[in-house]
Design a protein around this ligand. Structure first.
Ligand SMILES: Nc1ncnc2c1ncn2[C@@H]1O[C@H](COP(=O)(O)OP(=O)(O)OP(=O)(O)O)[C@@H](O)[C@H]1O
Length: 227
């Protein structure tokens, strides 16, 4: 379908020589919110890594943000990553610099040059995650929930069509997890950004139900279709 922002067809996902997921077929439409669940080791991270081209798609086909994963050149990876926001469980902020410099670093890496435009965008994304006054703070001066908000702000810098989040609430307490999920839902709704979020947190899924993909026994199923 034309409005798909992610589409995998007959995709086989490998970690080195180990086949992790076989014959994966699904599409995600623009603006969709989708959970990715499955036991530890079932392949959620490997699937996300393939989508952000940390793992090569060696068999089958895949399209994300207009890029063909099966035909991707190494030199295209930075351009693909500019179309995707990636959020990690452990936040992955640069610990040696303040929040402003953290976000600056990523904008520069994505090719932004104009200092005023960069400052403006940094202010915008921090306001989107409700943290407008933390530019000068170092990552270790923030709570886990605040660090994850900065992680989400970083993912939003380039106005991506897609956010891939790998257990973004895995290091947070239940209350903070709900806040972070609400933030994703808010971003998804307001900016029509598709979100694919790997999680173990079934309470969140029950409370905020959305389409759910399920990794199990080397396969990815759509939970609604397999019930
Ligand atoms: N860097 C790696 N090198 C080799 N094998 C790996 C690597 N990362 C993961 N694997 C293997 O790939 C399989 C899938 O792991 P993956 O991390 O994708 O699962 P997961 O569902 O994300 O697990 P978790 O919920 O614990 O994060 C596992 O058998 C794992 O041991």
């Amino acid at each position: 379908m034309e409005s798909s922002v992610i589409s995998l067809q007959k995709a086989f996902i490998y970690q080195r020589d180990q086949l992790v997921l076989s014959d994966v077929n699904f599409s995600i439409q623009k603006g969709e919110f989708v959970y990715l669940i499955g036991r530890t080791g079932s392949g959620k991270s490997s699937l996300l890594q393939t989508l952000y081209a940390d793992l090569w798609l060696e068999k089958g086909s895949g399209i994300i943000g207009g890029f063909e994963l099966h035909a991707l050149k190494r030199s295209e990876i930075p351009y693909l990553r500019r179309k995707i926001g990636i959020v990690f469980q452990d936040f992955q902020l640069l610990s040696d610099r303040n929040i402003e410099k953290n976000l600056h670093f990523y904008l520069k890496a994505m090719g932004w040059k104009d200092k005023n435009e960069m400052n403006e965008r940094i202010a915008e994304v921090l306001s989107l995650v409700n943290l407008p006054h933390i530019l000068e703070k170092m990552p270790h001066q923030l709570s886990g929930g605040e660090q994850q908000r900065v992680g989400i702000a970083r993912a939003l810098l380039n106005k991506p069509d897609i956010i891939l989040a790998d257990e973004p609430t895995g290091n947070l307490d239940p209350e903070m997890s709900v806040e972070i999920l609400k933030l994703f839902l808010d971003i998804n709704e307001k900016s029509n950004t598709a979100v694919l979020m790997a999680t173990h947190d079934f309470e969140l899924i029950e409370r905020f139900p959305h389409r759910t993909l399920y990794c199990d026994k080397g396969q990815v199923r759509d939970l609604a279709e397999s019930m």
